[in-house]
Write a protein that binds this ligand. Structure first.
Ligand SMILES: Cc1cc2nc3c(=O)[nH]c(=O)nc-3n(C[C@H](O)[C@H](O)[C@H](O)COP(=O)(O)O)c2cc1C
Length: 182
């Protein structure tokens, strides 16, 4: 049995050539040796409906909640949509937040984000931190990873080729591992 740190990674974009999904792929390359990262697909989660929550929790939500519960930490790459996080990411958090097992409670979490613009998802990440307060996720304060002008930092195959960004992702994953091992 592996005694590596287990991280679950979520991209807030469903786009095939998403920069944020590409950031998660970079994290898979850059993670420390003592860390495993499982990428979680949130595309199958239905729109939150409180009636369904009370009567019949969707199977996809149950599965995702169990995977998050069994992980030591979370890694979230969020796009910025209209100065906030995308609806699919908020929808997934809303669903998981209502599970009686509280998978997000006290979960060590690292966040990052990429945008083609000059602010690199600053506003979305601030909103994500606010949402994290509500569900008591333990989000690392530093390092902050805002990938600006993302269209210049990946090659045509979606590989992160900007060395300073690769370094800061390594630092983020190292900080997440340190937080979990404390
Ligand atoms: C609905 C929508 C709203 C957007 N709003 C913002 C925004 O507020 N700030 C920003 O920097 N980029 C914004 N963008 C551009 C995204 O940063 C860009 O589409 C980015 O590539 C999305 O992330 P992805 O590559 O991971 O899909 C928006 C894009 C969409 C589709």
């Amino acid at each position: 049995m592996s005694n590596k740190i287990k991280i679950v990674a979520v991209s807030g974009s469903l786009r095939k050539d998403s920069y944020n999904t590409a950031l998660i792929k970079a994290a898979l390359e850059l993670k420390p040796d003592d860390m495993d990262i499982e990428v979680l697909d949130i595309s199958g989660i239905p729109m939150f409906n409180d009636d369904d929550r009370l009567k019949n929790i969707p199977e996809s939500v149950k599965i995702i909640s169990e995977i998050i519960s069994s992980a030591d930490g979370l890694l979230i790459a969020t796009p910025e949509y209209n100065y906030s996080i995308p609806g699919i990411l908020k929808n997934a958090i809303d669903w998981v937040s209502k599970m009686s097992t509280q998978p997000l409670n006290e979960k060590p979490t690292a966040i990052m984000g990429a945008s083609p613009g000059a602010l690199g998802t600053v506003r979305a990440q601030m909103h994500l931190r606010q949402i994290a307060l509500a569900v008591n996720m333990h989000v690392l304060n530093k390092p902050e990873v805002y990938v600006t002008f993302a269209n210049e930092k990946f090659d045509s195959k979606g590989k992160l080729i900007h060395e300073p960004t690769r370094e800061i992702i390594k630092k983020l994953l190292g900080a997440l591992g340190d937080r979990i091992n404390k």
